[in-house]
Design a binder for this molecule. Sequence first.
Ligand code: EPU
Length: 402
Amino acid sequence: MPGAKNSVLKLMAACLMADGDFTLTNVPDIADVVTMSDLLSAIGLRIDHDTAHGKLTITNPGGLSLVAPYELVERIRASINVLGPLLGRFGEVRIALPGGDDFGSRPIDMHLNGLMQMGAEFTIRHGDVHAFAEQLHGADITLDFPSVGATENLITAAVFAKGATTIDNAAREPEIVDLCNMLVAMGASIEGIGSTTISIHGVERNALRPTTHAVIPDRVQAATYIAAAAITGSEVLVRGALPEHMEMLLRRFDDMGITVEPQHNGVLVVGPEKLKSIDVVTLPFPGVATDYKPLVVTLLAVGDGVGIVTENLYPGRFRYVDELGRLGANIRTDGHHAVVRGVPRLSGAPVRAPDIRAGAALVVAGLVAEGETVVSDVHHIDRGYDDLVGRLASLGADITRV
Ligand code: EPU
């Protein structure tokens, strides 16, 4: 399984935190890594991506520019992850405010409020956030909601704050654990990794050292191949998938009749003859992640009854439902809920990928839709999937990239 997009992008930003040569391995060959490389290069890092071996060599030569320009920031949400490292280490940064997303507004108030508690000051001018703090200090911060990005920015900033910082109601996603593990290897002092309360003891600004780190496997890509096996009633070994990173999803898959057996090198999936319809609710980790939801809705679309899917993270993340409707799915949405009435079969049609995850789900739907399904706007899928077409074709799917 290629490395996780939502991990590698943050690990790349963490290379701003020490001078010298870093190596990241198990790096996925995805468009967002290219965008993040462009952003970090603009800030002053030197980056070499050996795509054949999934390896990134990142050199931080020091003397960085403390500006993250709009053209790059607006392309990926993870660009906001340069805020914590730069503000913590250099006491200043100017970063374009990230805009909304295809599935709704995505504010950064929790990032800014937490940093303010650590002594940062902000002005917002001409679409940029200017952040200053000669020296951040430790603070006791309680997040209103376990935001992934806010937790990451507060941890990276707190690494260089004077004294101790505690983050309560912190997000616990495996990608945050991966970031913390890399920071600890660099010399940071972090306790409570993977729990809802994280404590960081600040170190001097030049105390960290570069490291070599392997990116954790991508749990959303893994879930995509599990869903592909499930919907086609096939048996597939998803190599490198870590069941402990997707426990709640695997329980729901089990309820749907999908067998997922942990093996020493991944998980063995056996799809049922007919998928059972169930209700699913998205929640922060360890709940069923919102990023899995388009896959779940797609499986329910051919289930044996009615399933209700409730979205608790992004109210607007149901846009792809109309595209699934073009394939014959029977889905009604009402606010945070989608009522999915299973149909005996889908029928192929031209559809558009509205975002990364929904795009991949439409491809999975196309595997069982009668006739030809043409998914356009696949640049969205390229942002987060490392050769989806090639991997599905190698499993026997009749799929080509045009
Ligand atoms: N939120 C606020 N204020 C904040 C921060 C977040 O209101 O200051 C809200 C958001 O608007 C959203 C909710 O809190 O409604 C969750 O946001 P969170 O901060 O947890 O998400 P994120 O860090 O922006 C990451 C992933 C997303 C994934 C979410 C939730 C990256 C680059 N992105 O976003 O991944 O859906 O966590 O797990 O790590 C994707 O990969 O396709 C993707 C969208």
